[in-house]
Design a protein around this ligand. Structure first.
Ligand code: F6R
Length: 366
């Protein structure tokens, strides 16, 4: 049932070209400009009029929420707040009329996310769910929503669910941006074409697997890792660090690259691997100087770059290329090498990658 793969996690990583395509199937067709999320109907007009979006989630799903924050603000011009469900539920959160809550959960059973939804509901909010497990508690509790259709995710570390969440949230934002008039029709069409091309790009990114395995060999005994990204790649840095710590038990931190000089730079020496997610986007030049800062302090740099980049490979110790795409969709592609890096390092350290210690697939207790 692992389809010839050694672990579920690896199978699920390699399934992503298909799971992302499955997520778009019947919903998106770039050729005709078709984009329909069948599960969002009755309350669609509430989304159209949303004055604020509050995203609640935990863990990897919360990282997907952070990417969605940037996307919704960019394409729909709606202010977005991304909340850890556990914090949101124990505050006295302000929910106004016209606010929309989006709950993201692979399992649909996460206790804190469930409780956050119940609280928001009791304050009159309309709640949209982005769940993977059909008929799960969260899916039943939300007013409407869209399933991610990634198929069962068995490995405890979330991989294909994350990229499917990004795909659904991207489709929601595209639709909304068009309906609100904040996204030009020409840009909408360009983005549809781009989103449709993502499975092929993920397929290409997966081809770096053997290179990533070789790089993993060099770093399997590291005690710490830093992951840095800017803009749309900042949540990817957080996700890369989470993947590594949960399955390899190596301490890792993700940071916005610019925050480095406000503290973490003190950690950098020749023992410190720093993973830069440094694809060619609007913050490219800035991240290039962050790489220089790390190299000046003898840190070891592993850089995720856009195919054909000629500058960063001259500075970094190791480079992994991913195909180019528009910056808003880059997390779908740039996260792939990070999933593989954590997987290989964990396997080399003899860790139980599918069932890491102390973790459960659905966290049904708070
Ligand atoms: C990370 C991971 C966890 C989950 C979190 C939320 O790989 O698996 O951080 O993302 O427990 O779970 P769901 O999405 O099921 O609500």
């Amino acid at each position: 049932e692992k389809g010839g793969f050694e672990h579920f996690m690896l199978k699920e990583i390699f399934e992503q070209p298909k799971s992302i395509a499955d997520c778009m199937r019947g919903r998106l067709k770039a050729e005709t400009g078709h984009l329909v999320l069948g599960g969002i109907r009755e309350y669609a007009h509430k989304l159209d009029k949303a004055e604020r979006i509050i995203i609640v989630a935990c863990g990897t799903s919360w990282h997907a929420g952070l990417v969605a924050e940037y996307i919704f603000e960019d394409w729909c011009r709606i202010p977005v707040e991304v909340e850890y469900a556990s914090e949101f539920r124990y505050r006295n959160p302000i929910i106004n009329e016209g606010d929309i809550v989006i709950a993201i959960s692979q399992s649909g059973e996460t206790a804190d996310t469930l409780a956050a939804i119940e609280l928001a509901k009791s304050k009159g909010a309309i709640i949209f769910g982005v769940c993977n497990v059909v008929g799960s508690s969260i899916a039943r509790l939300t007013h409407e929503g869209a399933y991610t259709h990634a198929g069962p995710e068995i490995g405890v570390a979330s991989t294909k669910a994350f990229t499917a969440q990004l795909t659904v949230l991207g489709m929601m934002a595209l639709k909304l941006g068009l309906r609100r008039g904040t996204l030009k029709e020409s840009k909408f069409h360009e983005l549809l074409v781009e989103l449709e091309s993502i499975p092929a790009k993920v397929e290409k990114a997966l081809k770096s697997d053997s290179l990533i395995k070789k790089i993993s060999e060099k770093f399997k005994d590291s005690k710490n890792f830093l992951y840095l990204g800017r803009g749309y790649n900042f949540p990817v840095a957080l996700e890369g660090a989470l993947k590594l710590k949960e399955i390899s038990y190596i301490h890792a931190e993700g940071y916005p690259a610019a925050e480095m000089k406000h503290g973490p730079i003190a950690l950098i020496d020749e023992e410190m691997p720093v993973v830069f997610i440094a694809t060619q986007d609007s913050s490219y030049e800035k991240i290039v100087s962050n790489i220089q800062e790390v190299k000046a302090r003898k840190g070891k740099v592993i850089a995720i770059v856009t195919e054909g980049d000629e500058i960063i490979p001259q500075m970094a110790d190791y480079t992994i290329e991913v195909p180019a795409t528009t910056e808003e969709l880059m997390p779908l592609v740039s996260v792939i090498p990070l999933q593989l890096l954590s997987y290989h390092i964990a396997v080399m350290r003899d860790c139980n990658v599918d069932q890491p210690r102390n973790l459960a697939k659905s966290v049904t207790v708070e």
